[in-house]
Design a protein around this ligand. Sequence first.
Ligand SMILES: NC(=O)c1ccc[n+]([C@@H]2O[C@H](COP(=O)([O-])OP(=O)(O)OC[C@H]3O[C@@H](n4cnc5c(N)ncnc54)[C@H](O)[C@@H]3O)[C@@H](O)[C@H]2O)c1
Length: 277
Amino acid sequence: MKSFRHKIVVVTGAASGMGRAYAELFADEGAKLALCDFDEKGLKETAGLIRGAHPQAEIITMKVDVSDRQQVIAFADKVEAELGKAQVVINNAGVEGNNRPVWALDISQIERVMNINFYGVVHGTQAFLPQLMDSEEGALVNVSSLFGLMGTPNASDYCASKFAVRGFTESLMTELQYSHVQVHLVHPGGVATGISRSGGNDDFKERFLKSDAKAICREVIRGIKQDKLRIICAHQARSSMLGIRFLPLRLLQKLIWLDMGRVVDKTHYPQNIRRKK
Ligand SMILES: NC(=O)c1ccc[n+]([C@@H]2O[C@H](COP(=O)([O-])OP(=O)(O)OC[C@H]3O[C@@H](n4cnc5c(N)ncnc54)[C@H](O)[C@@H]3O)[C@@H](O)[C@H]2O)c1
């Protein structure tokens, strides 16, 4: 897809962070926007910012919880009825994990993260694919993470959800490789957004969430134009990718702990874990 002018672009999680940055950048490119988020106030702010910069912009917004399949389907119906068939869909909405090791996680905490980060992407993909298939051109962009490529401490819930997005999307890529629908998988590294809301791990935020959201989204948009399947971007993303591809898993685990161990919250690490002999 070479241009987004007059294209109908859907962005989930558009109330803040990268979702807002995608919305602003696609508006700059002349796209018509369909934005959703469960944060209605933030969503209105995003629409207001865009209308301020582009008074003629066509934008629709809807309060949607992406983990609720019926709400996502209702959103897809609204987009088609009010703007036309979607041509670009960015499944971006997501939440952080619970910042605890596996043994300290309740199953309900894992389910919540999976329901938003993984099933939200599944619902967004299935609700909008028929529109993308009917359009002259189509691009589906599913947001995973660098943590969808490697397992990091206190992030099993988040990593599981982002690995799942990767598996789901890579299968879809294979299925649609000869079709006109482009499928993209985005693996951002640390980006300075509000995702780490719990405030439980300021050290992590300071050390890792460094890249500028707009710069990252620009890179993703360039990747869509170039039809890049896998878009890896942001702080430490490329060096991590090299490690993931070429290092033995045991060495990779050691390097991950060396890099992240200092900022890992150890509250739930019991005294009775003995060191390996
Ligand atoms: N910030 C990073 O370092 C980073 C790194 C890798 C991947 N990501 C991923 O990028 C995406 C965007 O994250 P961000 O950093 O911009 O965070 P953010 O918190 O600023 O934005 C996420 C948006 O998703 C919305 N959202 C959350 N749950 C939702 C739900 N159930 N239904 C609808 N909307 C919901 C939030 O309200 C928010 O507006 C997420 O999928 C995140 O996992 C972020």
